[in-house]
Design a protein around this ligand. Sequence first.
Ligand code: ABU
Length: 377
Amino acid sequence: MISSTDKTIVNSWNEWDPLRHIIVGRADGGCIPPGEPALDAKVPEDSDMRGRWGPRPAEAVERANAQLDNLTAVLEARGVRVDRPTPIDFSHPVATPDWETASMMGCMPPRDVLLTLGSEILEATMSYRCRWFEYLCYRPLLERYFEEDPDMRHEAAPKPRLTDADYHADYLSDTISIAQRLDWTAARHFVTTEAEPLFDAADVLRFGRDLVVQHGFTTNLKGIDWLARHFPAHRVHMVNFPGDPYPIHIDATFTPLRPGLIINNPDRRLPDDQRKLFEDNDWEIVEAARPAHNRPPPLCYSSVWLSMNVLMVDPKTVIAEASEVHQLDQLDRLGFEVIPVPFRDAYAFGGALHCATTDVCREGTCEDYFPRQTHRI
Ligand code: ABU
């Protein structure tokens, strides 16, 4: 058994095996980035974030950090080793030869940037310009893991150019109706084009030998193809969720809790033709409980469905947001030990408990949870 006092080992194959070592993000210096194509497409028409940008207020940072620190303490009390990123000056303008933007975003959601699979930690391409340099916050940790674990593989996907060619012009209008958005997402017409491979790590769910990847705003088909070629020993399955007008990141939509059990956002149901893999292998897909809140907290990019963005400590134990009473109750009825932690003050900085963390080490090996499959989704 791997214990948190042991030397550094990078090893994580799925979302639920017993957790030993994790990265928890920080809210320090978090900014609302200025408009850019991919970000504007995600911010709802009626959001209080429209037209706003700049550093978030100091007291909001303080409240978010208090909840992130509390999560850290809860995990450490359970014997999990916790590391934290090194923030950079996110209010600084950044540029490449192709574009410039007046600020970055932050380093609260490591799940978006880093994909751990086995002994590898892969830096995602990302798809927002304001997040192009976010990997720098994690480099001190990744360099340390590389020093301390001789088997660790530190990989980075090809940095994308993120020129205007990466974004569909029809998403740049600020008056797109929800009906129009739903038609587009049902037709798999997303803001990102296929100009080059793009993916955010939070669009990938790990099920041992199988990776389930959401095609949406932040991950395109070339990105999924890049992942399939990069992980040739794995089976990569593309999914999409037509009920989501703003499809970024799979982890408020489809959440595996233990082998054989997934909760699925009832407003973003996995289409029938994509269920065969799960049905053929006796996985149950249960509708997630509805969120306890009607709106996200102020100045938050994410939807109310952060309610189902939970963190598994092991296949029987789950950390969920303390005010999400319906989700807590459902998890309890599904037989889990539920650890409620307050986290809504951190949401605006990049999401909930799954978003705010990324695995470094879980016990366990690469298992085949889907031995019966005849075709790829
Ligand atoms: N990062 C997960 C956010 C997904 C959502 O807004 O529903």
